[in-house]
Structures are given as C-alpha cells and as structure tokens.
Design a protein around this ligand. Structure first.
Ligand SMILES: [Zn+2]
Length: 465
C-alpha cells in the first residue's frame, strides 16, 4: 500500500508502527451547523482510506473527536466560539446545539455510507486530559501564561512549519473571518491552550482549572483525544487540506513537545470542493448540504460517486451539471449490474485474483477512479454471473455505492405502481397542455390516496405518505 504523506511531500510505502495494525485519527466536525458537502468530501475520502486498509487486511482502529467547545470563528483563536454563535442564532443551549448537529452529521454520514469510526469522543468529555497536557507543557517550558490565558510558545521548537508550507497566503486559508491580533502572544504563531479570559464574556461552558475557570483551545482537543485512545505513537492522521495550518501544525507542535518524540508518521489531507468561481465558502450563495441535494431529487450516493470519480489530492469542482452526469452514470451502472444473473458456481480463485487487483489499484494512494475502472472491467469480463456478483460485492465494501441494492420502486406493489405511473403520465400531459388546474387536481387526488409525488431533476418520483 502506498500513500502520499503531507509531512514528507512524497508518496511512500505505508508501514504501520505495529505490523497488521493501523491507528487512525480523523478531525471531527465542529457541531454548530449542518455539514457542507465540501466537508463531507473529506469524510468520504477518509472513509475510503479506512476501508482500503481493511480491504488490504489491516486491523484498523479509527478515532474521531466532536468539537463542541473551543473552536473560534477564526482557526487562529480569535473571534467568538462557533458553538456559542450557533446557540445564539437558534436560541438554544450550547449542549442542545451540539446534540442536534452531531446527530445531523451522523445522519448525513449514514446516507453517504460513511462508516462510524470505532471511537467518537466529544471534546467536553476530556477536560481533565486537556488540563493534564497543558500542565506538562508548562512544566517543560513549552507554554506560558499571559493575560490570564495559557499559550503555546512556538519559539521553543526547532521547526514549527513542519508541512514545509511557508507561503503566508496559503497558510491563512484556515484563518478566515476575524484576524485581530492578540497582544498577549509572544510570537505571531503562538496559540491558546486554555482560555480564562477572552474578549467574549458570554462563553457558555467553563471548567475549573489550575489557571482559573475557563475553557480549552481547539487544537489541544485532537492531540489529547487521539493519545487517549491510540497511545503516543499514531500511524495516520487525516483531515481537510485547510486543517494543515494552523490546526495540524499546532497539534504536532504541542503533541511532540509533550511526548518528547515523534508522534504521527503519515498525514493524509483531502483537497477542497470548489464551485466554478473558486473556493466554495459557506458564506457565498447556496449552503450545500446532503438534505438540499435530496430535496432536489438526488440520491446522496450519487454525491459519493461524484467524490470517488476524482482523486482526493485534487480540488474538485462542483456543479449541478456534473452531478446530473454522475446521476446518469450511476443509474446506467446500477442497471448493468442488475442485469447480471447469478448463474454458475462462484470461481473463488478468480474472486481472489480480482480482489488483489483492486487492492493494488486503490492501494496506490487511494486511486478510487482506478477502482471504478476495474469495476467496469469486471462487468466486461467473461466471468460467469455468480462470480461477477461476488467480485462486485467485494469491491462495494470499499466503494460503498449500494451496487447490489435493488431499486426501491421495483419491489413495490405492481398494480399500484401501474396506477400511479398512469396518473403521473396523465399529469405530465396536462402540464404540457398548460392545464395546470388538471395537473394539480391529479396531484391532490393521489395525495388523498396517500401517494406523494415529487418533481425532481431525474423526473417525477413517488412514494407512500
Ligand atoms: Zn483536529
């Protein structure tokens, strides 16, 4: 298995600390709002990475945090706490907001066939661990108190910019919104480990600490939560490319200062989802969520396929036109698979051979496009039907595109289907004739019988109410 390592900027042979075992950490969501499909691209690619490792025989333990405190509106520790802003916006408590958006995040993940990590830990569960790490950093001289906050002293490190990315403009991608300077900092890149005083006095969640009542900085969460569950040496840390700086840079700084040795060997970063104008920002135009795509008639799995068609290290451009193309591709692919009949005996040797080919293809730095090409090769091959289906099932462990799941409409009541389809055709004709009253009457007639019809980009769909 080969993987691109952001730390060395090279594609490397993947060698875990312990043979056969992989410890993997993923930066989780800040649960103050629905997840944007751009963020979900990162989670899809991380899911694929985990499944490729498992497909290749590794025993994987994957941990993810939930950020429910400490992430300010700028990643550089200025601005208001995102959770507090979310609570104010919706007139709820911070914990209600955290619960609601954590559930919403995992619902989105489920729709996208993203496996739940083995461990999911909210930051507010680990306050004592954060305090312990900060105490050690103070003892070792890597941290200082100023203005009633505790800061990490980046000047004490031999090397701070570990990702070699010293272009200020590029570095500032994660530092949006408010970039007001904090005069307590001794060095520009120093960051907050513990706040007892911020200019925003309405912080909802606060805890006792040796430095007064306050709350943790964002970066310390991931260092502590990963070490709590994965020990002091980790194989792979994942995240979006905008987490590289300052978040991951700061995680490495404080973790290695605390441990006194190298912490994580491989860093996996997924690139942005852009719209046609450039970076897709949450503040510009339509806020793209899984629910929004569903309301427009897209199966969320079509978005997963859209993400898998491109390489995770390339920016991906989103448009409804390309998503429509992907929806058509998905439908054709499903139809081709549905036409494969389970005939003949499964040729186990062939299944193994195709398994190994796929492991090699996708194991080359998560080349999912190559994996999809192999899937078409299986369909084109002269394997018998039963063997093909077995291989497709095997590949779908990684791809997770519901390739063998029958379409819902097909297993409904035939007589009812025929009746509703007839009504839908009648309504389409009425619309064509500009007889909108008639079209609406047909819709209402069906509604009265418990049938809901929806106009979607892929045509009219119907379901039982
Ligand atoms: Zn993180």
């Amino acid at each position: 298995m080969k993987i691109y390592n952001s730390l060395t900027r090279n594609i490397e042979e993947f060698i875990p600390n312990e043979p056969g075992k992989v410890s993997m950490y993923t930066c989780g969501p800040t649960v103050y709002h629905f997840a944007h499909i751009g963020n979900l691209r990162t989670y899809i690619c991380e899911d694929v990475l985990e499944k490729i490792l498992r497909f290749s025989g590794y025993d994987v333990k994957r941990v993810m945090n939930i950020t429910d405190v400490g992430h300010l509106s700028s990643d550089a520790d200025t601005g208001e706490d995102k959770m507090v802003k979310g609570a104010q916006r919706e007139h709820k408590t911070v914990m209600e907001i955290a619960k609601f958006y954590t559930d919403a995040f995992f619902k989105d993940c489920e729709k996208l066939n993203i496996k739940m990590p083995d461990v999911v830990e909210p930051a507010t569960n680990c306050i004592s661990e954060f305090i312990h790490m900060i105490e050690v950093l103070l003892e070792k001289g890597f941290a200082y108190k100023a203005g009633e906050n505790v800061y990490f002293d980046t000047s004490k490190l031999k090397e701070y910019y570990v990702f070699g990315n010293q272009n200020e403009d590029e570095l500032m991608v994660g530092v949006r919104d408010d970039v007001s300077e904090d005069s307590n900092k001794r060095n520009k890149n120093d960051f907050v480990l513990w706040f007892t005083k911020s200019k925003f006095e309405d912080q909802a969640l606060k805890w006792e600490s040796p430095w007064g009542v306050g709350y943790p900085g964002w970066h310390i969460e991931c260092s502590c939560i990963s070490m709590k569950h994965l020990g002091d040496k980790m194989d792979i840390h994942c995240g979006g490319v905008d987490n590289m700086f300052p978040h991951h840079t700061n995680e490495i700084a404080q973790s290695e200062a605390y441990l006194g040795h190298k912490w994580c060997n491989y860093w996996f970063h997924v690139h942005h989802l852009n719209d046609e104008t450039g970076k897709m920002s949450k503040s510009k135009g339509e806020f793209l969520t899984v629910s929004l795509l569903e309301s427009k008639g897209y199966d969320p799995i079509v978005y997963r396929l859209f993400a898998l068609q491109s390489h995770y290290r390339k920016p991906l451009t989103f448009s409804y036109e390309t998503l429509d193309q992907t929806a058509a591709t998905y439908k054709k692919l499903k139809n081709r698979i549905a036409a494969v009949k389970a005939e003949g005996d499964v040729d186990e040797a062939a299944v193994k051979e195709w398994h190994d080919k796929f492991a090699e293809a996708v194991g080359n730095d998560c080349n999912t496009a190559m994996g999809l090409t192999l899937l078409y090769d299986v369909l084109k091959s002269d394997l018998n039907g039963s063997t093909k289906l077995k291989v497709i099932e095997d590949y779908d462990y990684v791809l997770s595109l519901n390739l063998l799941k029958a379409e819902e409409a097909e297993d409904g009541d035939d007589e009812l289907s025929a009746y509703v389809e007839g009504k839908i055709a009648e309504r389409a004709q009425a619309k064509k004739d500009k007889d909108f009253a008639r079209a609406d009457a047909i819709r209402d007639e069906l509604a009265a019988q418990g049938i809901i019809i929806e106009d979607t980009r892929e045509g009219v769909k119907w379901k039982r109410a």
